[in-house]
Design a protein around this ligand. Structure first.
Ligand code: G3H
Ligand code: ZN
Length: 285
């Protein structure tokens, strides 16, 4: 079933687990996420960046994302990930996305607040959750590239929340988008401090490559949404390379992409398990 981001994140916030969020850009990618969530009996967020929308088409992603969510046995949220342009946020809302991220984290604070409030103004009356970002998460996501990360300051997070009352906040605590070059270090104390001060779900980006136990620890410290993208892409690539090496003459896309979908699904299931983090139940609707 397709549900609102607000509803599912609120339940996660109140019950101390995180809803995993996975990016998708095509059918196999989407099927791997939904099937993985169904096999784990877990709620899930399927998300699209502006780049994925440019690649596949807005209406097309709406068709397959909403269709898959509606047919699913588990609660599914369709989320716009790293929306940077107001037009994308607006169109996503018009087409049925149930959660929106407006990412103006590279702007000055006042401009970030202004842009977030602009989206909240149209999303809130419709019950659509708005995620914002404060601080700078390193690495590269779509065409968003940050050479260095700037950790979210607790005081800034409080001021930002008071100025926007956003529904969820992505914070920079040491993770980075893409493939990690060194060891992952997460500032768990900072997550806890921000969690104590803000009455809203916190979001961890750049979670591919973060050891599963660290993901669970971040959740126990107060994270309620965890974003994964790169590891699904890598699983897809590795499965495809292995298949083509073993079956050089095969050109049937159904045969080629079946192991890719399976490999992505295994990643999805492992991440879902890590996001549960406690013995409490997932959302039951
Ligand atoms: O917004 C998406 C994520 O933050 C994904 O990051 O590709 O490092 O898993 P990742
Ligand atoms: Zn991200």
């Amino acid at each position: 079933m397709l549900i609102s981001g607000k509803q599912i994140l609120q339940h996660a916030y109140e019950n101390g687990y995180a809803v995993p969020a996975f990016n998708f850009a095509n059918m196999e990618n989407l099927q791997a996420i939904i099937e993985g969530a169904e096999e784990m009996n877990a709620p899930v967020i399927i998300q699209t960046t502006q780049g994925a929308i440019d690649y596949a088409g807005f209406e097309y992603l709406a068709d397959i994302g909403i269709g898959a969510a509606q047919r699913s046995r588990v609660p599914v949220v369709l989320h716009l990930d790293h929306g940077q342009k107001y037009e994308y946020c607006l169109k996503a809302i018009q087409l049925g996305w149930t959660s929106i991220m407006i990412d103006s984290s590279l702007e000055k604070l006042a401009e970030n607040v202004r842009k977030v409030n602009e989206v909240i103004k149209i999303a809130r009356p419709l019950g659509i959750a708005v995620e914002a970002e404060l601080g700078i998460i390193g690495g590269k996501e779509d065409d968003l590239k940050s050479e260095q990360d700037i950790y979210t300051e607790v005081k800034d997070a409080v001021d930002f929340y008071q100025a926007t009352h956003c529904d969820a906040l992505a914070i920079a605590v040491g993770t980075a988008h893409g493939i990690y070059k060194g060891t992952v270090k997460i500032d768990f104390n900072r997550i806890q401090e921000i969690r104590e001060k803000l009455p809203i779900p916190l979001v961890l980006h750049g979670s591919s490559g973060v050891p599963l136990e660290m993901v669970s620890q971040a959740v126990r410290c107060g994270i309620n949404k965890v974003n994964f993208d790169t590891e699904l892409k890598l699983a897809n690539l590795q499965a495809l390379q292995t298949f083509m090496t073993k079956n050089p003459g095969v050109y049937d896309i159904r045969k080629m992409y079946r192991p890719c979908r399976q490999a992505m699904k295994e990643v999805v299931k492992a991440k879902i398990e890590a996001c549960k983090a406690t013995n409490k139940s997932w959302v039951v609707l």
